[in-house]
Design a binder for this molecule. Structure first.
Ligand code: EPU
Length: 309
């Protein structure tokens, strides 16, 4: 417990901190060098301890959920990764889920698949569209994740978080700036949970929709492969996947990264792919689509800049 982070490590349980943690193990792309420090807070108070310390020491940090929409640099990250993700429902943690009448409160670390299952059992409809999105509540709110014509922000009443250094905040949905795959929640705020307002429905009807969404996803997306979901946002009125396909990019590869044959808006890491490979492939796709259709694609995934530890 020495060195730059020793003081922070003393304030947290040893199981909540890891030094030089390989980010490839925390990204669905399986790409990324080490993080100088990874913190895995279980409670809101621990998030506040981390952000307060990082602010006072001027150490950079980023919040992470399931790592399903990010490309980490090959050289790693020199600051703190604040990862909030649970593997089960546990009361009083950041991965608790509770129902009150037609509302469900979910911690930031709850997976969207779990949230969808929980809401189906509760006979509450409105988040089943999210069943196949490989994210957690916190990250999906930050990027307003969506599928099948719905977005996570549609059903939110308010968001809870900690704003650095240690201010506990509640953001009403109307102040979050939800847009297509974006919010205006500032980067100094870590989302810790949210309240969803849902609509009563028969559990079996909700489960039928979950099954249909899962089938659609399986038949159209390379869900079992290592990827970060859709790489580009859809331009207004069109599909980036369709445009990339039309520009003849399916099967293009750079190193270990290749454009999925199943859905052109997915880059898949075949094994050994690097952040540099992905970035080069993104630029190649962008150029080809611009040349083919005159449309400039904008990335949906977050490309974290290199900050070697
Ligand atoms: N298409 C092609 N070639 C392809 C892929 C798609 O021609 O390689 C065509 C399809 O045939 C279809 C149209 O493009 O006619 C739309 O395809 P799809 O239904 O797969 O939807 P999408 O617009 O490509 C969006 C979201 C997905 C979400 C699906 C299903 C974005 C960027 N993508 O994809 O979200 O899962 O709808 O609702 O908004 C994500 O955000 O990471 C993501 C994967």
């Amino acid at each position: 417990m020495t060195g730059r982070y020793g003081d922070l490590e003393k304030r947290l349980k040893p199981s909540l901190v890891r030094r030089m943690e390989p980010l490839s193990e925390h990204s669905t792309f399986r790409i990324g060098g080490p993080a100088a420090l990874m913190c895995l807070p279980e409670r809101l108070e621990e998030v506040a301890i981390i952000l307060k310390w990082a602010t006072e020491e001027a150490v950079s940090w980023i919040a992470l959920g399931n790592g399903s929409n990010i490309v980490f640099p090959d050289a790693g990250f020199s600051g703190i990764i604040v990862k909030i993700r649970g593997n089960m429902i546990a009361p009083k943690t950041l991965w608790d889920v509770r129902q009150t009448d037609e509302r469900i409160h979910a911690g930031a670390g709850v997976s969207l698949a779990r949230l969808a299952r929980f809401s189906a059992s509760a006979g509450l409809s409105g988040v089943e569209f999210a069943t196949g999105i490989p994210g957690v509540v916190g990250g999906s709110i930050h990027g307003n994740a969506g599928a099948h014509g719905s977005q996570i922000g549609d059903r939110i009443e308010y968001i809870e978080g900690v704003r650095a250094p240690d201010q506990v905040v509640r953001i009403p949905a109307g102040h979050a700036g939800f847009g297509y795959r974006k919010t205006e929640i500032d980067t100094q705020t870590v989302i810790t949970g949210a309240m969803f307002v849902l609509t009563p429905d028969r559990p079996e009807a909700i489960r039928d929709r979950i099954r249909a969404y899962t089938e659609y996803r399986k038949s159209t997306q390379p869900s079992a492969d290592q990827s970060a979901g859709c790489i580009f946002k859809n331009p207004p009125g069109d599909s980036a996947g369709r445009l990339i396909d039309r520009a003849g990019c399916k099967g293009l590869c750079v190193g270990g990264a290749f454009v999925s044959d199943q859905h052109a808006n997915f880059i898949v890491n075949r094994g050994g792919g690097t952040s540099a490979d992905v970035r080069t492939l993104i630029e190649t796709i962008r150029r080809r689509v611009l040349h083919d259709s005159g449309i400039e694609l904008e990335t949906e995934v977050r490309l974290l800049e290199t900050e070697a530890p």
